[in-house]
Design a protein around this ligand. Structure first.
Ligand SMILES: *Cc1c(COP(=O)(O)O)cnc(C)c1O
Length: 360
């Protein structure tokens, strides 16, 4: 197997042992005589896969089954932008949202279709180059923010003041990658394809007492109450992505759990940020405030378009893929999710240093 350094922002890199086990299961699952792709979602082979993945999502986050419930859903994190207000926001009610990046802005637009949005803070005026100062409404039905702004490269490390409202997070790009007290959140959703598995499944973790306040009588496919009550088996769930999420969470446990993986992520990011900061005449990190810099998606620019072109060519020649920034932002973005190796971060740091010495 010839693995390059895959800096893709998502779908992103997965651990090799996970890929190996998943590819074996595509041929034959566990002595069943069938592929994982051929198994009934209501049968003795799949049942334990589903139950284990559910239990692992909670245990990896340090949450208990008595307090929280998990739904595995299709439609990406983007569907959750719509389902959250549909399930929790009633006409006349206010929900607080933080406007700190393009994904959060999309969530806001969906909530505005349903109810009133209080923008608790926005950094749009500075092109989302930092996290905004926050002023909660204090009457919010819930308080929504994005834990890691995948496109812009900022990350929230401290809990925001929610004004007493239940905390709801889009954790798509840093779930299982940073050590948080997840019991502070009432609802956590995350598409799997950044840190946890392939595209096709979104994990929605809901505190049971918060779920009990969701709207009733909704279309069952759109209802958190139905999805949770039916344990994501109201209709056919994304069997294979759920299976791979389970494998990835077992891999995280084998690596020492979220604490160990998060510590490694911080060290990985430091390698690259240190190289960028050492050559300020060549590199400009896109995030203006150091404390807001993401460990997951590291965004930076070079002094001129010519230098950017030359750097990209050298990175590609060195076996690094996926480095160009989001199409709306430009520059570079190094996405170094949980499975991304330390050696790849060192390789990028070395190239940054070497390039700056030659061109600076
Ligand atoms: C990728 C991403 C999304 C969108 O996910 P889809 O699965 O494509 O809908 C939403 N929020 C964040 C923070 C993301 O990184």
């Amino acid at each position: 197997m010839n693995r390059i350094y895959n800096f893709s922002a998502g779908p992103g890199i997965l651990p090799v042992p996970v890929l190996e086990e998943a590819s074996q299961a595509v041929l034959e699952f566990n002595g069943s005589g069938m592929s994982i792709l051929e198994l009934s979602h209501r049968g003795k082979w799949y049942d334990p896969v589903h139950a284990e993945a559910t239990a692992l999502v909670l245990s990896t986050l340090g949450l208990t089954e008595s307090e929280y419930t998990v739904a595995f859903m299709g439609g990406g994190a983007s569907l959750q932008f719509a389902l959250l207000p549909l399930n929790f926001l009633r006409p006349g009610q206010v929900a607080d949202y933080v406007d700190a990046g393009e994904w959060g802005a999309k969530a806001i637009a969906e909530a505005q279709q349903v109810g009133t949005v209080h923008i608790a803070g926005s950094s749009k005026a500075t092109k989302y180059d930092r996290l905004p100062e926050l002023t909660p409404s204090r009457v919010g039905r819930y308080f929504h923010f994005t834990t890691n702004n995948t496109i812009e490269g900022t990350q929230v490390f401290d809990l925001p003041p929610s004004g007493g409202a239940p905390l709801v997070v889009d954790a798509s790009s840093d779930i299982f990658g940073v050590d948080r007290d997840y019991s502070k959140f009432d609802l956590i959703y995350a598409g799997a394809q950044k840190n946890a598995g392939p595209a096709g499944v979104t994990m929605v973790v809901i505190r049971k007492s918060f779920l009990a306040t969701a709207s009733k009588g909704m279309s069952p496919m759109l209802s958190y109450l139905t999805q949770c009550e039916k344990q994501s088996l109201y209709n056919t769930p994304p069997v294979f992505p759920i299976y791979v999420v389970g494998l990835t969470l077992k891999w995280i446990a084998a690596e020492g759990g979220v604490k160990a993986v998060a510590a490694r992520n911080a060290a990985k990011a430091k390698l690259i940020y240190d190289a960028l900061d050492a050559a300020p005449s060549v590199y400009t990190p896109c995030v203006a405030v150091k404390a807001h810099r993401s460990w997951m998606n590291l965004t930076f620019r070079l002094a001129t378009p010519e230098l950017e072109k030359a750097f990209l060519a050298e990175a590609q020649a060195a076996g690094m893929d996926g480095l160009p920034g989001h199409r709306n932002v430009g520059g570079f973005r190094a996405s170094i999710y949980n499975a991304f190796p330390v050696a790849g971060c060192q390789a990028l740091a070395d190239l940054l240093t070497d390039f700056a010495q030659r061109k600076g």
